[in-house]
Design a protein around this ligand. Structure first.
Ligand code: GTP
Ligand code: MG
Length: 246
């Protein structure tokens, strides 16, 4: 619990037996009530390691970062959801700060920006690819994001009722930002800097393939070629929503 909010952490996990212990090493379980590890057909000991560390393991047979996230987010029960990779890259010790900003400043969605800091100088191709995708988001959707590919978000679970999330792949990361940050009348969103470390275990990112797929995805999203997707959760009944707002 944090300031009377139940907190869920959701992580997509594909062969992350080496990354998971690093995530839990400094995860404050007094704050995070529920950890959901979505095991995506791992061939290593991911599920056993996650369970041993106290996570709830959910298996998602459909391969992909987005497919794993959709299942994990549908099953999260917290008032506030935090996401991160299961590889130790995102800072667990920023969680209370991000929650403070979200709760005290009344934000609904925070996306974390890694571009200001890296433990080691990063692969230039990844930085370049991220910048290209950020530029196309500006061009096509007319809003600015510094790190469109970041995988750490903090948000009120109830906003999921307003998001149309179609991607089953790596483009899920840019899509959740497009959906959340393009509805300022409904969802108060902000991008905040965090630090980012070297990952434990092997990277699943296929730079060229995922980069072009994510670029193509932006065009398909912009021109309505993705079909529609139902929201991951039901909207709260209007009478209850009114009571909450009063
Ligand atoms: N690529 C990929 N990742 C998956 C899948 N299912 C779950 N994941 C998880 O999605 C997260 C992101 O993948 P990473 O390999 O960390 O990709 P990345 O963060 O862009 O690259 P790194 O900086 O090298 O970590 C990790 O926690 C993976 O375990 C899948 O089917 N494909
Ligand atoms: Mg990662």
């Amino acid at each position: 619990m944090y300031k009377n909010n139940r907190i869920s952490l959701v992580m997509p996990c594909y062969n992350e037996e080496h990354g998971l212990p690093e995530v839990f090493r400094d995860l404050d379980r007094r704050i995070v009530d529920e950890v959901i590890a979505v095991d995506n057909n791992s061939t290593d000991r991911t599920a056993a390691v996650a369970q041993g560390l106290g996570a709830t393991v959910i298996r998602e047979p459909q391969q992909g970062y987005g497919a794993a996230y959709k299942t994990g987010l549908r099953n999260a029960t917290g008032d506030i959801v935090i996401t991160m990779d299961a590889d130790g890259t995102y800072p667990r010790n920023f969680i209370p700060i991000l929650l403070d900003v979200m709760i005290d400043e009344k934000f609904d969605f925070i996306t974390c920006d890694r571009t200001g800091h890296k433990d080691k100088p990063s692969n230039w191709l990844r930085v370049f690819g991220n910048d290209v995708l950020n530029a196309f988001i500006l061009l096509l959707f007319w809003f600015r994001v510094r790190d469109s590919q970041s995988g750490m978000w903090v948000f009120r679970r109830e906003i999921l009722a307003h998001l149309r999330l179609t991607s089953d792949g790596m483009a899920f990361s840019e899509e959740i930002k497009l959906e959340a940050m393009s509805k300022p009348q409904l969802i108060r969103a902000i991008e905040l800097p965090v630090y980012y470390k070297e990952r434990h275990g092997v990277s699943k990112l296929r730079i060229w393939r995922d980069g072009f797929y994510n670029l193509f995805f932006l065009f398909r999203k912009r021109f309505g070629l993705l079909g529609s997707a139902p929201p991951l959760i039901e909207p709260r009944p209007a009478n209850l929503q009114k009571e909450l707002n009063t």
